[in-house]
Design a protein around this ligand. Structure first.
Ligand code: FAD
Ligand code: FES
Ligand code: MG
Length: 280
């Protein structure tokens, strides 16, 4: 059992929790994730390790409530326990000194990009981070990302913070200004990552993405997280989750992610009716 020692609401539907998991805290590297199961009857879901504190033996998990399990997780309080936390899983990010690295995140992707941006900066890179969200109140970790970057830019769909537009709008500006970019790292919803990938393929800029297919066992056995990379089948849990963006079959990933939408909707409605509670 894994104790929640701290809980904070970061924005509408996004929650930070610190969980005691000393062995994971010791070994976790940027880009890795855990699989959690809230209770004996719960399903397994993957969540990125957004940070760790070795002295306290805790890991940070930042998640958006989108369905039954994430709403149930958000309903837990400080002092409550999570049944299983498995990790660290997945290949760590290949951090090298490359020059200028542009880190791009949409919404809760900020939590996933944060340890990566910080590691690239610590390795001596010039890190430009672009964070996008629908509106100002949904921009999270701005202070942390400012510190983890040499330059931090925000953009919102409604223009309430930074420019008005999408993360791709900022990227186009950088490319048009002929900023030398050695690597782009993007994390967010599939349409966002695909748009960035299409753009950088044309501009011939190496781009890495962290993919978010449905995962079940996260050991390479069940095949749930199957993705096609350059025409070859890969399992994101053990072969990824990071891949060369220009080789990803985005259409397949998008359609596999929505395979169970109907069932997920029913599960969430049933959960909310049964517990008759607000998420927090
Ligand atoms: P559901 O209603 O069951 O599903 C909502 C949508 O979430 C589905 O349509 C599907 O697209 C996706 N999803 C559902 N089940 C899974 C599953 N078992 N695995 C992956 N996706 C699923 N989210 C965060 O908010 N913060 C993170 O740090 C984070 N890190 C992730 C790291 C990895 C490697 C992956 C693969 C996903 C990550 N996610 C993260 C996404 C998170 O796992 C899903 O939002 C979560 O599983 C949804 O579960 P649910 O029951 O609440 O929603
Ligand atoms: Fe089962 Fe990756 S989650 S093979
Ligand atoms: Mg679910």
């Amino acid at each position: 059992m894994y104790k929640i020692t701290y809980k904070k609401t970061l924005s509408e539907n996004v929650t930070l929790i610190k969980v005691v998991a000393p062995e994971i805290a010791k070994r976790a590297q940027p880009g890795q994730f855990v699989v959690i199961r809230i209770n004996e009857k719960g399903e397994r879901i993957p969540l990125t390790i957004a940070g760790q504190n070795n002295q306290e033996g805790t890991i940070d998990i930042i998640f958006q409530s989108v369905g039954k399990t994430t709403y149930a997780l958000a309903s837990l309080k400080e002092g409550d326990f999570i049944q299983d936390v498995l990790g660290p899983l997945g290949h760590p990010t290949d951090i090298q000194k490359l020059g200028t690295v542009v880190c791009i995140a949409g919404g809760v992707g900020a939590a996933e990009i944060f340890p990566i941006a910080r590691a690239y900066k610590n390795a001596g890179n010039n890190v430009i981070t672009i964070l996008g969200a629908r509106t100002k109140d949904l921009l999270i970790l701005q202070k942390e990302l400012t510190e983890a970057s040499n330059k931090f830019l925000t953009i919102t769909d409604d223009g309430s913070s930074g420019e008005k537009g999408f993360v791709s709008t900022v990227l186009v500006n950088l490319i048009e200004k002929k900023v030398q970019i050695d690597l782009i790292y993007a994390i967010g919803p599939v349409p966002m990552m695909k748009a960035i990938s299409d753009m950088t393929k044309t501009a011939n800029i190496k781009t890495v993405v962290s993919l978010n297919p449905i995962m079940v066992d996260a050991t390479g056995m069940c095949g749930a997280c199957r993705v096609s990379i350059d025409g070859h089948t890969k399992f994101a849990c053990v072969d990824g989750p990071e891949f060369d963006a220009h080789k990803v079959n985005w259409e397949e990933l998008g359609s596999r992610l929505s395979l169970f939408k109907d069932k997920e909707k029913i599960a969430l409605e049933k959960y909310q009716n049964e517990c008759q509670c607000k998420p927090r």
